[in-house]
Design a protein. Structure first.
Length: 134
């Protein structure tokens, strides 16, 4: 019951507060829960498909801060590592790669975003790479 309340509070804070520090902290706590508990036992609480969809929408439809982008990409990678979520793998790896390229070409790269993307790739690529040479 406590994990459900923690997850619900984290997502409520993430969705309702516009402060990037609150958003980052709420996802950071959620990330720690997913990394440290048995992923099979908490799957019903985490609802990985719904969470993945929400995170990808946040990246694509809104303009999160660099630190929020970083934690989102890290969490996306951990979700792939723990739950597979093959239906999201092509999209998430493609968008991660595109954002990484944009950051590397930028005159002012967002270091926290780059670190999060790289962490996300470390987790996401453990089972499958969907990136091709194009």
């Amino acid at each position: 019951p406590y994990l459900q309340a923690i997850k619900d509070t984290c997502l409520l804070s993430f969705r309702s507060d516009s402060n990037s520090l609150v958003k980052e902290a709420s996802l950071e706590l959620l990330l720690h829960v997913i990394e440290n508990f048995n992923h099979i036992e908490i799957e019903g609480i985490v609802k990985p498909k719904d969470l993945m969809s929400m995170l990808l929408d946040e990246i694509k439809l809104r303009r999160p801060s660099a630190s929020v982008k970083g934690i989102i990409w890290n969490l996306v990678g951990v979700l792939h590592e723990k739950y597979g979520l093959g239906e999201f793998r092509v999209e998430s790896q493609d968008v991660m790669f595109i954002q990484l390229m944009e950051q590397m070409k930028s005159e002012k790269p967002e270091i926290k975003c780059i670190v999060g993307i790289l962490k996300g790739f470390v987790h996401s690529l453990t089972s499958e790479c969907t990136l091709d040479e194009d």
